[in-house]
Design a protein around this ligand. Structure first.
Ligand SMILES: [Zn+2]
Length: 94
């Protein structure tokens, strides 16, 4: 048994196993566009475009929550990978 991350580091650079045991991709946690949409909605609300403003605020907040959820899930997948063990006899993962 060995830590999967250590095992992967010990593989030769050209080994196809390196991609097979690669860590899960990090989620793109770019909140700026979502915040921009929400702020646009606030500007709309303030300037009297109530319905469109409200829709934009809700959309921006929902989008932000979705980004947050994806980032959380990616973080959990990464933590799982970090602590994953690989059996050197049968390559089973635990
Ligand atoms: Zn085994």
């Amino acid at each position: 048994m060995q830590l999967l991350s250590h095992y992967r580091d010990s593989l030769p650079p050209g080994s196809p196993l390196r991609s097979a045991y690669a860590p899960p991709a990090a989620a793109d946690a770019a909140y700026l566009p979502a915040v921009g949409v929400a702020l646009l909605g606030v500007v709309g609300l303030v300037s009297g475009v109530i319905l469109a403003g409200l829709a934009a605020v809700v959309a921006g907040l929902g989008w932000g929550a979705l980004i947050r959820k994806r980032a959380d899930q990616a973080g959990m997948a990464r933590a799982e990978w970090d602590s994953a063990l690989i059996c050197l006899a049968c390559t089973g993962r635990f």
